[in-house]
Design a protein around this ligand. Sequence first.
Ligand code: ATP
Length: 512
Amino acid sequence: MAQHSEDLFKSVISHAKEYGFIFPSSEIYDGLSAVYDYGQLGAVLKKNLRDYWWKSMVQMHQNIVGIDASIFMHPTVWKASGHVDAFNDPLIDNKDSKKRYRADVLIEDYVAKLDAKIQQEVEKAAKRFNPFDETLFKSTNPRIQEYLAKRLNTMERFKTAMESNDLNAVRDLIIDLEIVCPVSGTRNWTEVRQFNLMFSTSMGSVSEEASTLYLRPETAQGIFVNYLNVQKSGRLKLPFGIAQTGKAFRNEIVARQFIFRMREFEQMEMQFFVKPGSEMEWYEHWKTKRLQWHIRLGLGANLYRFHDHVKLAHYANAACDIEFNFPFGFKELEGIHSRTDFDLKQHEQYSGKKLQYFDSETNQHYTPYVVETSVGLDRLFLAVMSASLKEEQIEQDTRTVMQLPPFLAPYKAAILPLLKKDGLPEFSMTLLKSLQPYIELFYDEKDTVGKRYRRQDAIGTPYCITVDHQSLEDSTVTIRYRDTMHQERMHSTALLAFLTQNTGMATVLQGV
Ligand code: ATP
């Protein structure tokens, strides 16, 4: 990680806390690992992001509807979905440091280090390392040969071990590769165990009657089990989508990187039900659409890339991630998966209920195929915040500015009386009252106007409206632009149209 990226990440975390975007959960009790609370500004930014997704999906598509399913579901749902048996990560502990790791991540990190070494050698030939590049294998560079052989051997042993669920073989590999614990520096490892990532709880007040429930690890299953209810009550015809936003819970073994990997997080998922055989076309459609949706945020198209999955989950026939260049590098932001008819078929089998679609054109009953788009709201928040936070040099000074897309900003404008006297606060309050039913506004009369501008820059408010003595005479105000710091006078009656046009979501939604 480049030094400046590490610094940016630290600034994002401290800025988020200082200005009321994100706090560690239960901080007065020293926090709770990988759980965070959104503060007064974070909650609004998060809501605006959720609205952007919901409106793009539901309001802008006549064939997509939204639901709100419960977090608690019948326990058999998770048996049918495969989560009870297979939603596991292999974990290993270091006996000296008592630290717990994901065994697969230790091996992947080892391979990443080998890749970096190969990259160094390849750079001498001014090429980018690509493990599938045939010419590399013909390289006469002995170091490249040695690293490649190690890489190949490691990957093969790892793949065989994971595919046969042979956890002893995973441990043997860690020992043979001489992987040490980054904290204790020792190789004193425990056995590898499978660890189910679902949180469980119980329902019912009498213990004998209590049944084990899971906190949902994804929102998607709430959509699958409601597929027929929604299709029938909404008289929906294929292709159609069901969208949902909501909390999901995963007992992540290694939860770090701030809100990137949390134990309680929010997902925004859409399952698109299609006629079997047309799923690849729809998969490509949603791949393109979702990337465009992210790019419309205006953070920079170069910050996104696709990562196509080579190894597919047993239920998928195509899958990719949209990755974002976070301060710690490119990582998954959204997943797009062609899930076949796996989930609906599984629920048919476990519930004994038919979940089919009657196609009146062909007079046939069949189980629809599904293309899923799944984005983490918290990861999206982190992406937006880290790409927007800037430190700018202005004359002899620096300013911190969050260049949030205006339609996402918690406050669209701040109303600032130049002085706290002469009727300026009264004029400002009348202006505030007339605009606040339409637009989120902040009112501030403390400190010098320069300090107040800086504070609004730091929280991403796109416009500051200053009321001065001239305002009392001709009802004009000064409007200051966050990004250019340019100022101009405007009649106060023109403000509503100006702010709606420049900070509303409508322009962004056109064309999603
Ligand atoms: P990863 O490989 O990073 O663990 P995943 O492939 O398990 O993610 P999915 O199950 O496809 O993720 O979930 C869809 C989306 O939900 C992800 O793209 C991500 O944005 C979000 N997400 C998943 N796990 C977490 C988490 N622990 N914290 C925050 N967001 C998450």
